[in-house]
Design a protein around this ligand. Structure first.
Ligand SMILES: [Zn+2]
Length: 160
């Protein structure tokens, strides 16, 4: 999935779930973390294949992000200071964004699940294809439907 679609889809999902602008913004930032930590692919061909071999392994390993979320929650329990709690919440939603990125990659390729080097996934569409945009639009529609309850409300919202 393209970065822009990762960010839009993740933003809609988190906004629907939390109805919080800051958490949504945080998740949008986090939605590109797994690709960002890999760096951009090198131009040199041998370096590229070395990079490619490690592509979507540790950087896309969900347990790392889950462990960091758990650590943030534990830190909140032990240090219930409001500013720190707020910062940890923002970090948590950035990590949620990273997890959603991995799930989104899992529907257009393979990502690690139980171990960093064994990958699972379904290929519902090719990255950058019209199907990807269709999929992103579908998820947005589902989010809007969940958010606004029923079709009548949705219709009145869009003046249809
Ligand atoms: Zn990715």
């Amino acid at each position: 999935m393209k970065w822009i679609n990762h960010q839009i889809v993740t933003g809609f999902i988190v906004c629907t779930a939390t109805n919080d602008a800051l958490f949504t913004a945080s998740s949008i930032v986090g939605a590109v973390i797994p690709d960002r930590v890999e760096g951009s692919p090198p131009q040199d061909s041998s370096a590229y294949w070395k990079w490619r071999k490690k592509h979507r392994t540790w950087s896309h390993y969900p347990l790392i992000y889950l462990a960091l979320i758990a650590a943030a929650q534990v830190a909140q329990e032990y240090y219930p200071e409001p500013t720190l709690a707020f910062a940890l919440n923002l970090i948590t939603y950035a990590l949620v964004g990273a997890l959603l990125h991995i799930a989104e990659d899992g529907i257009c390729g393979k990502v690690p699940l139980f171990t960093p080097h064994k990958k699972y996934g379904v290929k519902l569409f090719k990255v950058g294809s019209w199907r990807e945009y269709f999929f992103a639009a579908l998820i947005i529609l589902i989010c809007l439907f969940v958010r606004f309850g029923d079709i009548e409300q949705l219709r009145s919202y869009f003046n249809l």
